[in-house]
Design a protein around this ligand. Sequence first.
Ligand SMILES: [Zn+2]
Length: 252
Amino acid sequence: MWLLLIVNLAGKVAAVAVGWSSPAAAVTLWLLPDALLAYHLFVPRSQGLVRTARRFATTRREAWLTIDDGPDPDDTPRLLALLAADGARATFFVVGEKAARHPGLVRAIIAGGHEVALHTQTHPLATFWCASAARVGRELDAAREVLRAAGVRPTRFRPPAGIKNLWLAPALRARGLSCIGWSARGLERAGGNAEAVAGRVLHGLAPGAILLLHEGPRVPAAIRVEAVRRVLGRLRELDYRCVVPAAEQLAG
Ligand SMILES: [Zn+2]
């Protein structure tokens, strides 16, 4: 984080120093570090600000199904039934506010043998990148408090849409949380039907893949739950098991 900030500041100082003698160079020096910083904030696969797991270590045909944005009173019970019928395990990255409204669903996820992980308290998609250190802390702590009341001590976190923040790494470290990304996502709102979503999330499938799908009303009605059903079906055909990896499998 500090390296990126120093590079950014140095770029600004150099731009001012070059000044009017070479306007093109000054503009480049001013903007280039911003572009570098923006890359590490907004590109989910970037590793410059926060180390983010994008796959897990395994030699078996195993994938990690992760479902974001719940719990949802319509979708979560149906997803749990699907997973149970399949003998699959998954991780639900839940939003604290929703978990507070539906603590019974959080307990049902745990009772089903799945993992509950953090996805912030309010899902501040547009403002997470520029949130202050205090706000980032509040997003984590409020959601942790909700989950703790439901008997869960989360160890994993996924930022909204994979967007980072300058203060995220130390905030996660202080709370013993690791940052989880994905190797493929369904992009449910990007168009196409449930089959297209399943195709996107299973594209390039390999052992250790982290698959990202969503639940809740933001997912188009025809895709809700159905995309997960199709993904589970395809994984079964391909002889893949859905597992929740241990911490050691995410190191390195
Ligand atoms: Zn989300």
